[in-house]
Design a binder for this molecule. Structure first.
Ligand code: ADP
Length: 386
């Protein structure tokens, strides 16, 4: 046992260092505190620094302010520059009238002071208070580290999962394109067949395989957009041209059994700075959704207007509408309105996620205004060139 190590039966494992040039003070404080804690004592600043070098696990340091050579304030400054002791509470020992000393003690990082002559109960209470704070602080630091480690691990696992999903999704594409080609051949071969059932089966299979391919392509696009790996081919384009091109694509490729007319309403033919192909795909998604969710054959409006240095596109329908609680959720991956339950065939909940990511990649915003039974207005903005 070292000479400056006071050993007694301990109440806690906490370690306290007392630094004072007065042997009497060291004796009194030492005997009060060593009943509860592991106590080390030092009779000078130099000796204190040696002990701190040896034991790195101090929980409280008690310093006399007035000492020859290196006083308590100086010693405190040297302790606080060391990373391992920065958070260790320092309590000063001071006389009743040493107001200035107390002030400088707090300025260099002291948290409290004990006034001479020592009152046993007060000394224990003050030390215990700071030890409790110190324990809570240590617990917090360790919990934080644990959380950080868990978060890092979670991120790694998430990345691993994403890589695996992308790989699977990517690898599904080739065999699926093969299946679609086979269906196309079958369709041609059976076009003249009398067997109507067979033709229906082939059409259904063809439709299902194409929906799966759409889903795979959307998942891959979304993954690339999320990772910032879908390069934007940005140029300056007329907003109206993008709108007309999207409408004509929809009229040629989308099932529109109710016969909704899609009507452009170009309030200002803004020139937009964007990847025209991606923005066209956003519009196609929004228009197709409006057709899918329309109630009647009432027209679907595609509006373009100028808004400061942005162009705003809106797709407006008077279809079934969307309950308020879903207005954010539908833009999330696989987010769908759940209460209807009908017509969910081949619906992925990925279209609006794709739209949101594309619009945000253009520094724009996307949103919806909608009321159940009255219809929806999906709108987005992208930068315009003046
Ligand atoms: P999907 O259409 O494949 O389900 P989306 O991400 O495009 O995926 O749409 C998510 C959900 O938002 C849809 O399932 C639908 O419930 C709702 N939704 C989208 N557009 C409209 C609209 N114009 N009218 C009503 N509901 C819509």
């Amino acid at each position: 046992m070292k000479q400056d190590n006071l050993s007694q039966p301990l109440v806690t494992e906490d370690r306290v260092l007392i630094v004072d040039d007065s042997p009497e003070n060291l004796r009194v404080l030492g005997s009060i505190l060593s009943e509860r804690y592991r106590v080390n004592v030092a009779n000078s600043g130099r000796r204190a620094l040696e002990i701190l070098n040896e034991y790195k696990d101090f929980d409280v340091i008690i310093l006399d302010i007035v000492m020859p050579e290196m006083d308590g304030v100086e010693l405190c400054k040297s302790i606080k520059v060391k990373d391992e002791f920065r958070e260790v509470p320092v309590i000063f020992i001071s006389g009743l009238s040493d107001i200035d000393d107390k002030k400088s003690a707090f300025e260099v990082g002291g948290v409290d002071y004990i006034v001479k002559p020592f009152e046993k109960e007060e000394v224990i209470m003050r030390v215990e208070t700071h030890l409790r704070i110190r324990r809570l602080q240590k617990e917090l630091i360790s919990k934080n580290r644990e959380l950080e480690a868990n978060y890092k691990r979670l991120k790694e696992l998430e990345q691993l999962k994403d890589n695996l999903t992308n790989m699977i999704v990517h690898d599904l594409r080739s065999p699926l394109t093969g299946i679609i080609s086979m269906f196309e051949i079958l369709k041609m071969e059976c076009e003249s067949s009398e067997n109507r059932n067979m033709m229906e089966y082939i059409k259904s299979g063809y439709l299902a395989a194409n929906s799966l391919l759409d889903m795979i392509n959307s998942l891959l696009d979304i993954a690339r957009l999320e990772e910032g790996k879908l390069p934007l081919n940005v140029g300056i384009h007329n907003a109206s041209q993008i709108v007309y091109s999207a409408i004509s694509f929809v009229s040629m490729n989308t099932k529109n059994t109710k016969g909704n007319e899609v009507v452009p309403d170009i309030k200002a033919d803004v020139r937009v700075i964007c990847d025209a192909d991606l923005i066209r795909r956003v519009l196609i998604n929004l228009i197709t959704n409006s057709i899918k969710h329309s109630n009647s054959k009432s027209p679907i409006k595609v509006v373009v207007q100028s808004l400061n240095s942005f162009a705003m596109f809106s797709v407006i329908d008077d279809g079934i509408g969307i309950p308020k609680e879903y207005h954010d959720k539908i833009f999330e991956k696989f987010g769908q309105v759940e209460i209807r339950g009908k017509n969910k065939k081949y619906s992925t909940g990925l279209g609006l996620t794709f739209c949101k990511l594309v619009v945000e990649a253009h520094n724009g915003t996307i949103g919806v205004e909608s009321e159940v039974g009255k219809g929806s207005k999906f709108y987005f903005t992208i930068p315009s060139s003046s």
